[in-house]
Each structure stands twice: as C-alpha cells, then as structure tokens.
Design a protein. Structure first.
Length: 276
C-alpha cells in the first residue's frame, strides 16, 4: 500500500491540514496536523509510521512552495512519545520532542511509548505479511529538545511550547497565540483523559488542567486541535479541564494506581515477548 492510500487529509484553511491514517481504525488513531508557514512547515505528531508521512505530504502536493520560492524545511514535533504519535518520526530528518521524553525516543523505549497494537485495529495491512505483534517504535535521535516557553518559528506564525505533564511526563501543547489556536496533543481531547499509564501523574495533570482553564479565562484560546477525535472550542476546553480537576480525588487516585500497575505489567510482558 502506498503512502497516498494510507493517509487522508482535510484542509482547515490558514495553512492548517488535518491528516489521519485511513486504515488504522481505533480510538488510538491520532490526529496529525500540518501547519504551513512562510519559512518553515511543521507536522505535529506523526502517527504509527506504517507508511511514510513525508512521502504522502509530497505526493498529495501539501508541501508545494509558493511560486518562485524554494522548498521550506519540514520539522516533525511530537506532543509526546506514545506509539500512536511517535511511530512515524522515523521518516523525518528533523524531529523535536520535549527533553523529558527524548531519552525514551532515542533508545526506542516501547514501554514508555506504551506500544500496544492489534491486528484487528488495522483494517488493511500496509504490506503483505505484516503483523501488529512486530510493530515497534524505532529509536529516533531528536534534532531539537523542547522546553517550556520555547518558540517554534514558522516565519509568519509562532508556536509556543507549553509543557503540560500528566498524561505523560513530556506532554506538550503548542499555542499559536496570534490565532488563539491550541494544538493540545493528548493533554486534552473530547473524551476521557488517560492518567493511568507509565509516567502518568495525576497531580501534574491537575496543574496542567488549571493552566488550560487559565488560558480560557484570559481569552487566549478559541480553538483546540487535539491529539484525538474532533476539534472543539474554548467553552468545551474549560469544561473538560474543570471536570478532570473535580473528579481527581482520593478514589480516582486509587483506581488509577491499580490500572497503572496492570498496564505496566502488561506492557512489560508484551515488550519482553517481542524483544525475545
């Protein structure tokens, strides 16, 4: 299967494209965002990597330069290193990730990447003989380590890094302040927030949700482009963040701790089987 078949995209206007993996039929299917700038293009998250995303972008004409201009550099930014967001980073020359998760990406740590993929989630295998049990996030050397407050310049637009741990220790959002757009990764999406994975931390998640609510209170976000599911607005963002904070009490912490133990054990068993 070619990259052109594997992916599909939808233009949102203002240089933003929404890309998805057509045959990965799972709630874990990540949204991929292409943001085009006057001097640099950025891909936010990269999917599983079963087909080359850069090949798709070129074949679909999404990287065509303006008339008379040369090609622009292309940077892939991972909002975090979980497998559904980081598997495709291997196909990019320039990769950025938060420094807290850079070592996991560099060593191909599929425990921290929470790699968990089944054959039934892939409606059409990318090539003959492919099996999900062989899927791994390969080691990738980041070319840029991100920290809170860093600015990724695209020329005519700037994306500010917001370190928002909780879902994972290196989770980030990217904030386009001028356009009041938040690329939220898995920090928040229109569904249940997951805080029971290895390196999830509820106290961090509460603090991150408080920051999200503050963005809304200050009128700094009008549109959220999340890591999964559909786009939503500021009112929904505030409701999702405040709802998480209100239910993050003792009982929730006990339940999350138990689920984390189970998930950690399952991931270690799965990874040991694959590596052997």
């Amino acid at each position: 299967m070619s990259a052109l078949e594997w992916f599909a995209h939808k233009p949102l206007g203002d240089g933003i494209f929404w890309i998805q993996e057509r045959f990965y039929e799972s709630g874990n299917r990540a949204n991929i965002w292409l943001v085009r700038g006057s001097q640099r293009d950025v891909v936010i998250d990269a999917g599983l990597g079963l087909r080359s995303l850069p090949d798709y972008l070129r074949a679909a004409g999404l990287l065509e330069p303006a008339e008379g201009a040369g090609p622009r550099p292309l940077l892939a930014v991972a909002t975090h290193v979980h497998f559904d967001h980081s598997g495709g980073l291997q196909h990019f020359e320039e990769v950025a990730v938060h420094s807290a998760e850079a070592p996991a990406l560099l060593r191909g740590d599929n425990y921290e990447a929470v790699t968990w993929l089944s054959d039934r989630e892939v409606a059409r295998p990318p090539r003959p003989g492919w099996r999900a049990r062989h899927f791994r996030v390969p080691p990738v050397r980041p070319s840029r380590l991100l920290q809170e407050g860093d600015v990724i310049s695209l020329g005519d637009r700037q994306l500010t890094v917001m370190h928002m741990p909780g879902h994972s220790r290196g989770s980030i959002c990217l904030h386009d302040k001028d356009r009041k757009i938040l690329f939220s990764g898995d920090v928040v999406y229109d569904g249940s927030m997951i805080d029971w994975l290895p390196y999830s931390r509820i106290s961090d998640y509460v603090a991150s949700c408080q920051r999200l609510m503050d963005l809304v209170d200050r009128g700094l976000v009008e549109k959220v482009l999340p890591g999964h599911f559909n786009i939503f607005g500021a009112e929904r963002l505030y409701r999702l963040a405040s709802s998480y904070i209100s239910q993050a009490g003792f009982c929730h912490k006990v339940s999350a701790c138990a689920m984390r133990s189970i998930a950690s054990l399952a991931l270690r068993v799965t990874n040991s089987r694959v590596s052997s």
